[in-house]
Ligand binder design. Structure first.
Ligand SMILES: NC(=O)c1ccc[n+]([C@@H]2O[C@H](COP(=O)([O-])OP(=O)(O)OC[C@H]3O[C@@H](n4cnc5c(N)ncnc54)[C@H](OP(=O)(O)O)[C@@H]3O)[C@@H](O)[C@H]2O)c1
Length: 323
């Protein structure tokens, strides 16, 4: 049992370094990661990763597609050496890009080389776009990399229920997460439920809706009530749903603020307000390769506002630990 106090939502009031979730393969994952989508392969990303480690983050979410694994790897190496922190205390996620699904073994080697690592903690199929035959072939190579000790855990991203069902019957090693968009303006509730039902944890990307709706009155009112920022309210909502959240920032004070999530609790009234903000505001897909293009224009689509409050949202069966 954790020694820290457990709140009404079942969340241990620890801190960003200690807050972990147990995956179905037995490995533990820090519930908050620094996301590095649209972060360049240079000193700005190195600084952001180091500031994040200084602030207590122990999990970085990168991808081959983001073209910044080298910067992440440099920061990781420098910071762990300078602070005498063992590699095992840091959790690194990266992802297999669509075009590499037929050569996943090589792509894994390339990511290991760029990250300067012996193993990757979590490796994801970035999207199901190339089709079931392709992602099943990639999965076999990922399983072989787990066997070889090059990857600890494997999972998927942007998979709908039918994609999960085209993969799960064929696997020897089960996917532990599905990384999908989720924030109060697009909770992705149905897919969250379908994913959790199949035993995968939710990793929520764009957890602050890319900063697009932080000035909404409903969010500001809850922020004022708790003496927190609107971004912290959106992030805490994800925490209380049991999502693993991946806030991205390259800005020092925001990286620090986005880590201050474990010293307050949203009550059921707050959660009801947030759960009723779902407008289907999907932030969209990745831009073209090698660019820092924003989410595709027109990605936002109309959605329906829920009529029920928090009751409609699936919480995952969290297995928290505070190690
Ligand atoms: N699997 C996938 O297909 C997929 C897709 C999208 C994202 N992701 C992952 O999820 C991560 C997060 O998603 P995201 O980058 O789309 O969106 P996000 O984390 O919701 O928002 C990032 C944006 O919000 C700004 N921001 C950060 N903290 C803020 C704060 N406290 N106040 C105001 N603005 C703030 C950032 O600006 P600054 O950097 O200038 O501070 C950036 O423009 C990505 O980095 C990536 O790791 C995965």
């Amino acid at each position: 049992m954790p020694s820290q106090p457990v709140t009404a939502s079942g969340i241990v009031q620890g801190n960003i370094s200690t807050q972990k979730i147990k995956l179905s393969d037995g490995n533990e994952i820090p519930q908050v990661a620094l996301g590095v989508y649209k972060a360049p392969n240079d000193g700005s990303t190195e600084n952001a990763v180091k500031w994040a480690f200084d602030a207590g983050y122990r999990h970085i979410d990168s991808a081959a597609r983001y073209n910044n694994e080298e910067a992440v790897g440099r920061a990781l190496k420098d910071w762990t050496q300078a602070n005498n922190v063992p590699r095992k205390d840091i959790f690194i996620t990266t992802k297999l890009w669509d075009a590499d699904q037929s050569k996943a073994a090589e792509a894994i080697e390339e990511s290991l080389r760029k990250l300067q690592l012996d193993y990757i903690d979590l490796y994801l199929i970035h999207s199901p776009e190339p089709g079931a035959e392709s992602f099943n072939e990639a999965w076999k190579a990922m399983e072989a990399a787990v066997d070889a000790g090059k990857i600890k855990s494997i999972g998927v991203s942007n998979f709908d229920a039918e994609h999960l069902d085209a993969l799960l019957p064929n696997v020897r090693i089960k996917p532990v997460v599905n990384q999908i968009e989720s924030h109060p303006f697009f909770a992705h509730e149905k897919l969250r439920e379908e994913t959790l039902k199949r035993g995968l944890q939710i990793e929520a990307y764009s957890p602050m809706a890319q900063g697009a709706a932080l000035d909404r009155e409903e969010i500001k009112a809850i922020a004022t009530k708790h003496n927190k920022t609107p971004a912290q309210i959106l992030l805490r909502w994800g925490i209380q749903l049991g999502n693993i959240i991946l806030p991205k920032s390259l800005t020092k004070h925001r990286i620090e603020a986005n880590s201050q999530l474990f010293d307050f609790e949203l009550d059921s009234d707050d959660m009801d307000v947030l759960n009723n903000l779902d407008e289907g505001m999907k932030m969209g897909k990745l831009g073209p390769p090698g660019t820092s293009a924003p989410a595709s224009p027109g990605a936002t689509r109309p959605g329906s506002r829920r009529t029920s409050g928090s009751g409609g949202l699936a919480g995952n069966k969290l297995q928290m630990s505070s190690s």
